[in-house]
Design a protein around this ligand. Structure first.
Ligand SMILES: Nc1ncnc2c1ncn2[C@@H]1O[C@H](COP(=O)(O)OP(=O)(O)OP(=O)(O)O)[C@@H](O)[C@H]1O
Ligand SMILES: [Mg+2]
Length: 251
């Protein structure tokens, strides 16, 4: 059942309106003991859409993302992926479906090379099947896709800037085929210039018809990037607002 407060404020822009739904969540719920982390969360993401999730600390944003990424299971609610009911039993199942996630606590290991850090996205089986040459090519391609193709992949990850480490984390998520990239507060630690660089990368993905779901606390980021914004309050999605309908009162 759709939540009564789940609203579409204005029609989406014409170019996005005709795009098929990629993901549709309805009434997702998850508790941890006494804590209701997610009470009832509904949202829809179209192909080629950048979708923001906003909400106060503890409002359930990361829990939502963990459900979509197969890290935690929902106790109630439904999830449709490409028009079919889905439930991701583990991270691998979500990845196989085409969901790539950069978690809030994504770690780049400083004493490992950039190349090994990017390859952490793939399990040993796939990695063993790749020749070192193919592996280097794949890593360079993923780094180039996030605008850091100029970095020496054998360099230790701990020797590059924080923003570049963040981009290495994003590149890692891109090593498998994907249709939805999820970023949980990936911008909180980087400065404006680097953030703009990340935004350009995200827009280019949208231009390819792929979708982005990002968690943010910042109005300027939402205005700059989001086609649609879902607001979470105490674990409930209270609104889904199209671009232009978002104002600072929602935060
Ligand atoms: N594994 C867990 N065990 C117990 N409680 C949890 C767990 N994960 C989340 N919670 C609780 O559920 C609520 C929602 O947490 P969640 O991390 O989803 O919020 P958030 O919106 O991502 O917050 P933040 O903005 O701080 O990242 C919080 O009260 C949190 O303490
Ligand atoms: Mg969080």
């Amino acid at each position: 059942m759709k939540s009564a407060v789940h609203q579409r404020a204005i029609e989406p822009p014409a170019d996005r309106k005709g795009m098929p739904l990629l993901l549709s969540a309805d009434g997702l719920r998850r508790t941890f003991g006494e804590t209701i982390a997610l009470d009832s969360c509904s949202l829809s993401i179209r192909e080629g859409e950048i979708h923001a999730v906003v909400g106060e600390n503890g409002s359930g944003k990361s829990t939502l993302i963990k459900i979509l990424s197969g890290i935690v299971r929902a106790e109630a609610g439904t999830l449709d992926w490409l028009g079919r009911q889905a439930s991701f039993a583990n991270p691998r199942a979500a990845q196989d479906a085409g969901i790539a996630t950069v978690f809030q606590e994504t770690l780049v290991l400083p004493d490992m090379s950039i190349r090994d850090n990017v390859m952490l996205g793939l399990d040993g089986m796939i990695r063993r099947k790749m020749t070192p040459l193919r592996e280097r090519e794949a890593v360079r391609k993923a780094l180039a896709a996030v605008g850091i193709g100029n970095l020496d992949i054998e360099r230790l990850a701990g020797t590059v800037s924080l923003a570049n480490r963040q981009m290495i984390g994003v590149a890692r998520s891109l090593m498998r085929p994907w249709r939805l990239l999820i970023l949980d507060e990936s911008t909180s630690a980087i400065d404006i210039e680097d953030r703009d660089r990340l935004f350009e990368v995200l827009r280019s993905f949208r231009g390819e018809g792929r979708s982005i779901l990002f968690v943010s606390h910042r109005m300027d980021e939402i205005h700059a990037l989001a086609d649609c914004t879902t607001v979470l309050r105490s674990g409930r999605s209270v609104a889904s607002l199209e671009r232009g309908a978002v104002s600072s009162e929602i935060l």
